[in-house]
Design a protein around this ligand. Structure first.
Ligand SMILES: Nc1ncnc2c1ncn2[C@@H]1O[C@H](COP(=O)(O)OP(=O)(O)O)[C@@H](O)[C@H]1O
Ligand SMILES: [Mg+2]
Length: 363
C-alpha cells in the first residue's frame, strides 16, 4: 500500500478532519503533514504525538513530522489567513521593545554562554529581560539557567508561562519538544514557525529585551528564524581562531542577506583569566577581535577571557554573572550588555552613541 493523503486522512479519522490537513508530503517513508487547527501551544506536543502515532501505523511510514498552521480567520476577525511575520512582529513589539539574536558561524564558541550572561547582566541593570533558547541542537541556554526541567503550563489565555530565574524569563524550545522527537529532525521552516509560536504564544509580559540564542551556523534553521522573527539586530560571537577561519564572516553575510543589522562582534575565549590573580594573558592571536571588527566595519562589543569559572556555572544553572559578579569576566559581560543596549538604541534611532572598547590584555 502506498502512503497517500487518503491513507493519512483515514488514519487520522476522529482526530483531524480531512479538510484540516493543509499540507502533505511523503518522501521515502518520511511524512510531513501540516494541520490547520488552532491548538493551545502547551497542548501541541501531545496532540502532535497522537497524530504521529496514527500515521506511523500506516505500512511503510518511517517517520512523521507534524506542523501546525493557523486556520483562516472567522468573518469579522480580519481579512483571513495567518498573520504575516511583519504583522505578527508589529503586535509583538507592543510588549517586547527589542529582540536581539545571538548567533555564531559555528557551535562551541560560547553563543549560549554569551546569551545567558548578557540576558542576566541586562536584568541586573534593571531591565526586564526574556531569554528564548531557540537552539534545536542542544538546549544549553536552558541548562545554563537551570530551567531545563521546566514544565510548560498555560495561563488563562492559554499562553505558555516562561520559567523565572535569576531575574529573567526563560523559554526553551526544549520545553515544548515531544520527548520522542529527536532535535535533529527539525528543519528550517519548522524551526521558524515554532519560534514564531514561542514568541507569540508565551506570556512574556512587558519586556525591554528578548535575547534569542540561535542555533549555531548559517544553515536553513537560522536563516528561517532570522526571517520569521522581527529581530532588532544580531550579536555575532566568535573565538580568535574562528576569525581566522572566516566562520564569523559567513554569519555576518547571512544576517546581511536577511536584512538583520549586526549589532557587533563579541570575541570569546580571547585570553586566559588566571584563576589565582585574575590577570588576563593573551594566549591566542592578539587583536583578532579588533581585526575582525575593523575588517567588517562593525563594533567590537567586547572580549571575554577564557575563564575556568565559566563552565561549572553553566552546568549548575548558575551563570558566572550570578556566581561571581565581581570577577573580570562578569564585568566584561556587564560592559557587553551596556554596548549592546547602546547599539540597539542607536540602530533604532534613539541615540547617537559611540563607544571605545578598553581591554587590558596581558598586562
Ligand atoms: N569565556 C569562556 N571561558 C571558559 N569556558 C567557556 C567560555 N565561553 C564558553 N565556555 C564553555 O565552552 C563551552 C561551549 O560554550 P557554549 O556557550 O555552549 O557554546 P555555543 O552555544 O556556541 O555552542 C561550554 O562548556 C562553556 O561553558
Ligand atoms: Mg549553544
Amino acid at each position: 500500500m502506498s502512503i497517500t493523503l487518503d491513507a493519512v486522512a483515514a488514519a487520522l479519522k476522529g482526530i483531524v478532519a480531512p479538510n484540516l490537513i493543509a499540507g502533505f508530503k511523503e518522501t521515502a517513508g518520511k511524512v510531513l503533514i501540516t494541520v490547520q487547527m488552532r491548538i493551545p501551544l502547551a497542548e501541541k506536543p501531545a496532540f502532535a504525538g497522537r497524530v504521529k502515532e496514527k500515521i506511523k501505523a500506516i505500512e511503510g511510514v518511517k517517520d512523521v513530522f507534524v506542523s501546525f498552521a493557523e486556520p483562516p480567520q472567522q468573518a469579522g476577525e480580519g481579512t483571513g489567513g495567518a498573520p504575516t511575520p511583519q504583522a505578527a512582529g508589529a503586535a509583538l513589539k507592543e510588549s517586547i521593545r527589542h529582540i536581539v539574536a545571538v548567533g555564531a558561524g559555528k557551535g562551541g564558541v560560547g553563543k549560549s554562554t554569551v546569551s545567558v550572561n548578557m540576558a542576566v547582566a541586562l536584568a541586573q541593570k534593571g531591565h526586564k529581560v526574556g531569554l528564548l533558547d531557540a537552539d534545536i541542537y542542544g538546549p544549553s541556554a536552558a541548562i545554563m539557567t537551570g530551567t531545563i526541567g521546566h514544565k510548560a503550563r498555560g495561563d488563562a489565555q492559554q499562553r505558555v508561562i516562561p520559567a523565572d530565574t535569576h531575574g529573567i524569563s526563560v523559554i526553551s524550545i526544549a520545553f515544548l519538544m515531544p520527548k520522542d522527537q529527536a532535535a535533529v529532525v527539525w528543519r528550517g521552516p519548522m524551526v521558524g514557525k515554532m519560534v514564531q509560536q514561542l514568541l507569540m504564544g508565551v506570556a512574556w509580559g512587558e519586556l525591554d529585551y528578548l535575547i534569542v540564542d540561535l542555533p549555531p551556523g548559517t544553515g536553513d534553521a537560522v536563516l528561517s528564524l532570522s526571517q520569521t522573527v522581527p529581530l532588532d539586530g544580531a550579536v555575532v560571537v566568535t573565538t580568535p581562531q574562528d576569525v581566522a577561519l572566516l566562520d564569523v564572516l559567513k554569519a555576518i553575510e547571512m544576517f546581511k542577506a536577511v536584512k538583520v543589522p549586526v549589532i557587533g562582534v563579541v570575541e570569546n575565549m580571547a585570553g586566559f583569566a588566571c584563576p589565582k590573580c585574575g590577570e588576563i594573558t593573551d594566549i591566542f592571536m592578539s587583536g583578532a577581535g579588533e581585526k575582525a571588527a575593523e575588517q567588517y566595519g562593525l563594533p567590537l562589543l567586547g572580549k571575554l577571557p577564557l575563564d575556568p569559572a565559566v563552565p561549572p556555572g553553566g552546568d549548575t544553572g548558575q551563570p558566572i554573572v550570578i556566581a561571581a559578579p565581581e570577577s573580570a569576566t562578569s564585568k566584561a559581560f556587564g560592559d557587553i550588555a551596556d554596548r549592546v543596549k547602546a547599539r540597539v538604541d542607536e540602530l533604532s534611532g534613539n541615540g547617537p552613541k559611540q563607544f571605545q572598547l578598553e581591554w587590558s590584555s596581558g598586562v
